[in-house]
Write a protein that binds this ligand. Structure first.
Ligand SMILES: C[S@@+](CC[C@H](N)C(=O)[O-])C[C@H]1O[C@@H](n2cnc3c(N)ncnc32)[C@H](O)[C@@H]1O
Length: 240
């Protein structure tokens, strides 16, 4: 039997998240998110102090503590989300922690442009909830500086016969809760845009973290882009 997912429009997605924003603290437990998963996903970005990182579909800011720790007080964290209800909670969390370098924006991630090139982009449990995920991915990849990393952390159907058993339940549950399409394969979409992808799985392959590094440009391309730090890096790499 073939199963299908019917995408919702963006207003339905934002309306759903506005309504469930208060329940988000329960969701990590309800969906058995493995302990340490967010920390691991952020570590995979390879950020350092002073870096600029974007979380796409940041929701209530569950990953902010790890992002903020990774870039320090001198770095910048951008959070974009389509749901005003989720962002209100993120803003409360930011105020309670006095995180002054976190900038929130209510926008569709397919059209959002960060104010500066990015050292890292994170999708944490958000990629599958975006009906136009490929456009969002291309837009994010485009804003990453060479050498920067893009990481997707999410749930997936386990491999093998278990997937067939779980698929009807998974479709039913996602339709009623997060609107996350379990039929897509984000790691393949990332590979199509970015080239080589690293991937790790846990909890019987039901959660994964995949990531890719944006390649450096060669000297001619860096000079055409007219970016001094890239030109210097391209010369250094060419000389190695
Ligand atoms: C399951 S929540 C994950 C929230 C958060 N990243 C976390 O780890 O807890 C998915 C989030 O993606 C957001 N989202 C869905 N479609 C979006 C879009 N097109 N642009 C921006 N955010 C979007 C939703 O509003 C929601 O806050």
């Amino acid at each position: 039997m073939g199963y299908q997912w019917v995408d919702c429009d963006r207003a339905t997605v934002s309306g759903r998240y506005d309504r469930i924003a208060g329940l988000i603290p329960l969701f990590d437990r309800l969906f058995f998110l493995p302990r340490g998963m967010r920390r691991k996903a952020v570590a995979n970005l390879g950020l350092k102090s002073g870096d600029r990182v974007l979380e796409i579909g940041c929701g209530t800011g569950n990953s902010f503590p790890y992002l903020r720790e990774a870039v320090g007080a001198s770095g910048r964290v951008f959070g974009v989300d389509i749901s005003a209800g989720m962002l209100r909670k993120a803003a409360r969390r930011r105020a309670a922690n006095d995180w002054r370098n976190i900038e929130l924006c209510e926008y569709d991630a397919a059209e959002y442009r960060a104010p500066t090139p990015l050292d890292g982009v994170l999708f944490s449990l958000s990629y599958n909830t975006m009906p136009h995920h490929r456009a969002v991915l291309r837009n994010a990849w485009d804003q990453l500086r060479p050498g920067g990393r893009l990481v997707i952390m999410d749930a997936k159907l386990p491999s093998g016969p278990a997937a067939k058993l779980l698929l009807p339940f998974s479709l039913w549950l996602m339709k009623r809760t997060m609107l996350g399409n379990p039929l897509i394969r984000p790691w393949q979409e990332l590979a199509a845009v970015a080239g080589p992808v690293d991937m790790s799985e846990c909890l019987f392959s039901s959660y994964y973290i995949c990531g890719a590094t944006k390649p450096w440009r060669n000297v001619a391309a860096a000079e055409a882009a007219n970016d001094d730090s890239e030109i210097a890096a391209a010369h250094r790499i060419a000389a190695e």
